[in-house]
Design a protein around this ligand. Sequence first.
Ligand code: NDP
Length: 309
Amino acid sequence: MALLLQPLIGDNETWLKPLRQLLPGEDIRIWPNVGNAEDIEFAAVMRLPDGKLAEFPSLRMICSLLAGQDILLSDPGLPDVPIVRTDDQEGSESMTTTVLVHVLRHYCQLPQYAAMQARGGWERLPHRWKKDTNVGFLGLGLFGAGAARRIAHEGFNVMGWSRTTKNVEGVTSFSGPQGLMEMLRKTHILVNLLPLTPETRGMVNREVLGALPKGASLINLGRGAHLRASDLYWALDEGILSHATLDVFEVEPPPPGERAWTDPRITLTPHVARLEYDIESTVLHIAKAINAIRGGQSLQGLVDRRRGY
Ligand code: NDP
C-alpha cells in the first residue's frame, strides 16, 4: 500500500526526506506518478483534478495540505473517507504576524497618510487610544484565535465572532446572528478569518459592512468569495469603510482595470497572509495521522464536511 503525495511547495526531496524518516519503508508516490491506483491507501494533497481521488478504491484517509478546506471540498467526486488538517501553530504564528502588522497599520492610519502624501497633503488626523479601539474578528479558529489573543495582548479591545462561543484570553466572544450585529456595531477594525463554506460565502456583504461604525476599516485575510467587490466599493463610497486591506480577492489576481488596483483606500497583497509554510511540521502531521489510523487510534484535526471546515 502507498501514500500519494502532492508536494505543495519546494522540491520533492524536502518532503520525502523527513517522511522517509517518520514512515520508514512506506511506499511514497509523488503526484502525478500514481502507479497502480489500487495501492493508494493515503493521499496528502492540496487538490487533485475533479474525481481523481475517487479512483483510488483502497483510499482510507486524505491529509489536506491547505489551511482552507474549500478547495479540496469543491471536488464533486470527493470520496467518503476522513479528511485531516495538517496545519498547526507555526502557520498560525505567521498569520498572527500579518494580522498584527495590518491592524497596527490601520490603527496608525498609515494608509490615510500615504494617500495624503500622494496628494502632497500634510494634516494630522484625529486619533484614538488603543484601549478605545475595538478590533472584531470574524472566525476564532486556529488562525483567528491566535491572532485575536495577540492583538488583545497589544492593548486593543478585542472581540471575536464564531459559530460557538469561545474562551480566548482577552477576547470577548460573540456567536449567532444577533451576536454578529452586536460585535459589528462596535468594531473599528474588522478582521475576516472565516473559512469559506456555503454559509459564509458572500457573508461580508452590505448588511455586515453597513453595521460597522462610519470610518471603520476591513482586513480580509479569509477568502475573496467572502466579500463581493461591489459591496466593498459601496462601503467605501458610503464612508462606512475608510480603508480595506485585501489579501484575497474574488478572482486572484483581480482582473486588469478592477478598481481595487488603483483605489487609494484599498491595499492589495497577493494571498500571502500566511507568510511561511512549514513542510517539516506538515509532514509530522501526515505521519501522525497515518500512524493513528494504522494503530486504530482516533484522528486529530478532522474536517467536518457538512460544515465545510
Ligand atoms: P478554522 O477552521 O480553525 O476556524 C474557523 C472559525 O470560523 C471557527 O472559529 C468557526 O467557529 C468559525 N466559523 C465557521 N463557520 C462559521 C459560521 N457560519 N458562523 C460563525 N462562525 C463560523 O479555520 P482557520 O482559522 O484555520 O482558517 C480560517 C481561514 O483562513 C481558512 O479557512 C482560509 O480560508 C483562511 N486562510 C487564509 C490564508 C491566507 O494566506 N490569506 C492562509 C491560511 C488560511 P467554531 O470554532 O465555533 O466552529
